[in-house]
Design a protein. Structure first.
Ligand code: ADP
Ligand code: MG
Length: 231
């Protein structure tokens, strides 16, 4: 059996403690295969972002396991988790999460700084990535002084600059108009197709989900069928 990019088993996630605790995920099994685009679909509150955070090692499960490229990441120490995350994943969020006072170039350079890439190499790779996303002319602009679509391009450049195996996109078009959102979708699917980057898209948008190779449906913290989701 081929190694999955990400495989989660019997994943449970509680928020809060004691009698007031809330089960956001209740025994979820999901695989993202290498090179595929996978949509995690469900209504608001169904647990999509929670699942993505656990798949991406941004949070710890209450129970269950997460395997990244065949390796069990469940017991990793914080420093190793951070390294795996930085080397293997790129992130694109609905809210962009760019560093507001910093320039476009500084934002894209950030993951390379974390990875300890030498300064000149950082700048070269960040500019190259910005060129690929047709944002090189905005390198010196403040991230705040951009349109929504431009911000998401910068976020994609930042996600891409480390040559990730997997890009996680949480409602990547949620803050964009439909035309701009379509362009951002095209960019993500081009990366999937042309560079075989595994793309995990979290969305409540059925049209975006339908563009993915495969869909996983979540309802109240459980994986369900498409019919059950609609019911
Ligand atoms: P989705 O992304 O599908 O909208 P989330 O994963 O964000 O869903 O949330 C799933 C459920 O867990 C929701 O009921 C939400 O209110 C709850 N939840 C999410 N994050 C927290 C948190 N940090 N503390 C408490 N409850 C949370
Ligand atoms: Mg969410």
């Amino acid at each position: 059996m081929a190694t999955a990019a990400i495989a989660v088993k019997n994943l449970t996630k509680y928020y809060g403690e004691g009698g007031g605790r809330f089960a956001a995920l209740r025994g979820v099994n999901v695989k993202a295969r290498l090179g595929e685009s996978l949509a995690v679909v469900g209504k608001s509150g169904s647990g999509k972002s929670t699942l993505m955070h656990l798949m991406a090692l941004l949070d710890q499960p209450s129970a269950g396991s997460v395997h990244v490229l065949g390796q069990d990441a469940t017991g990793l120490r914080t420093a190793d988790l951070e390294q795996t995350r930085n080397e293997t994943f790129g992130f694109v969020f609905q809210q962009f999460f760019l560093v507001p006072g910093a320039t476009v170039l500084e934002n894209v350079v950030l993951p390379l700084t974390v990875a300890g890439v030498p300064r000149r190499e950082r700048r070269r790779r960040a500019m190259e990535t910005l060129e690929q996303l047709e944002m090189a002319d905005k390198a010196g602009n403040r991230a705040t002084d951009l349109s929504g679509g431009q911000k998401q391009r910068v976020a994609i450049a930042r996600a891409l600059v480390n040559n990730p195996s997997v890009i996680f996109a949480d409602e990547p078009t949620g803050n964009l108009d439909s035309v701009t959102g379509g362009v951002v979708e095209d960019l993500l699917f081009a990366l999937n197709r042309d560079r075989a980057i595994t793309v995990v898209v979290v969305t409540h948008d059925e049209a975006l989900a339908a563009r993915c190779d495969r869909q996983v449906y979540l309802k109240d913290g459980l994986v369900v069928t498409r019919a059950e989701l609609a019911a």
